[in-house]
Design a protein around this ligand. Structure first.
Ligand SMILES: [Mn+2]
Length: 429
């Protein structure tokens, strides 16, 4: 610092600039105090960080309006630096939250559409709820819209138990809304109900995206973070909006599912959000969402999967026949993976028009997603190393009685691929 810390001419030059934060770190307490008083009086919106020597000085500086007072004598220098960095992060984060709030408050009541990705998961749903709550806080009612189905059993329980209001909108007209927010996806028309040329206003997501290709007034994409629910929790915190039990429970479940209970893509921010939400959430409901009661059909399918199982080495293959609820296949595939000696499960089922297949593996040699894609093509199968699904249209055959033959062929295709992946081990073992 040039000149005396308390020099008014110097301070005047500094606060004249467009400042966000000022750090007053000289060892001259009185000079620091003078500088703080001057800035508080002449530039009240500037954030001031002041360094002091002891707690008495700390109290004095806080009373004089310092935003953050650091005591270097008590801390190694690294901690001072990180406290200051954290403080700047916090200022940035609060600013961002306020700019989001400002955009939303410019919308007329009822004219904000919150669009989730197709067949939304708990992260998307809870994040949409959080945005709705932010809108509510400025008197703007909004609608959460999506297309597709709320799939898995747990997700249905999630929506039911938390009484979540969502609209499965088949007919969406962008002209009915003043502003459109896209949650958990970033491009109109890609995995959401928006027509591709829709003008969007707000994007909040944690999936990798080319930000320069996204045209919106407000874009917040943080691909390092495990769940959009974490980003939304931070907004609620920064805007000091109280989080009701249902919302806290929903956001917590969103973070838990997206990070696979903190085993996948987990950022410290996800843990901070969890720490904040945990005491606010209803853990009884959370427990019921995570362990939903099973429908009769699911129990029947699980029974069939167990009864019809064929075991080849460490693979379990089972055909459960006709199904109505394809989620039950995934549940059976999950459940049977717990069987001793089994590392891979593939369960087949049949509907009017499709053969459905669900696969699970904890064998490191097998990428079950790739096995399914190799067997049926990338357009019919998807997934990753541990979890995969496929749906094969029966097309012309859907009316015939040949379904069982087709099912047998599909089964052979999967088994052949599975065996070829680990063929060497099979022969030598
Ligand atoms: Mn997500």
């Amino acid at each position: 610092m040039l000149g005396n810390i308390g020099d008014e001419n110097l301070l005047n030059q500094i606060v004249g600039k467009n400042l966000e934060s000022v750090f007053i770190v000289s060892s001259d307490f009185n000079g620091n105090k003078k500088a703080l008083d001057y800035i508080s009086k002449n530039a009240p919106n500037v954030h001031v960080v002041v360094r002091v020597k002891d707690y008495k000085q700390k109290e004095e500086m806080e009373a004089a309006g310092a935003d953050l007072v650091v005591l270097p004598s008590n801390l190694p220098h690294k901690s001072v630096a990180s406290a200051i960095i954290q403080y700047i992060e916090r200022i940035k984060s609060v600013k961002l939250a306020h700019s989001l709030k400002k955009i939303i408050s410019s919308v007329e009541d009822g004219k904000l559409a919150i669009i989730l990705h197709n067949s939304p998961d708990p992260d998307a749903i809870s994040s949409g709820m959080a945005l709705k709550e932010i809108a509510n806080s400025v008197g703007v009612r909004s609608r959460i819209l999506y297309r597709g189905k709320i799939g898995h059993h747990e997700n249905k329980a999630f929506v039911n138990l938390l009484d979540i209001e969502l609209d499965q909108s088949e007919e969406f007209n962008p002209a009915d809304y003043k502003k459109i927010a896209l949650i958990e996806c970033s491009v109109p028309g890609v995995n959401n109900l928006l027509p591709p040329d829709t003008k969007i206003d707000i994007v909040i997501d944690h999936h990798q995206a080319d930000v320069k290709d996204i045209y919106a007034e407000f874009v917040d994409i943080r691909s390092n973070i495990g769940a959009t629910a974490t980003i939304m929790t931070k907004y609620l915190q920064d805007l000091e909006i109280p989080i009701k039990t249902e919302l806290a429970t929903a956001l917590l479940y969103g973070i838990k599912t997206d990070t696979d209970d903190y085993r996948r893509n987990t950022d410290p921010a996800d843990l901070n959000a969890t720490e904040y939400l945990y005491p606010l959430a209803n853990h009884d409901i959370l427990n019921r969402i995570e362990n939903p009661s099973r429908s009769t059909e699911e129990i029947d399918i699980l029974g069939d999967a167990i009864k019809n199982r064929e075991i080849k080495g460490s693979y379990l293959i089972s055909n459960v026949g006709t199904i109505r609820n394809r989620d039950a296949l995934a549940q059976a595939a999950d459940y049977l993976l717990n069987l001793e000696g089994i590392t891979t499960t593939v369960i087949f089922g049949l509907s009017e028009d499709y053969i459905y297949i669900s696969g699970r593996s904890r064998d490191d040699r097998i990428n079950i997603g790739k096995v399914m894609q190799d067997a049926f093509g990338e357009d019919k199968a998807g997934g990753h190393a541990k979890l995969a699904g496929a749906q094969i249209p029966l097309g012309l055959f859907s009316g015939t009685k040949d379904k069982q033959t087709l099912l047998k062929l599909a089964e052979e295709a999967v088994v052949k691929r599975l065996l070829s992946v680990v063929g060497i081990q099979q022969e030598s073992g």
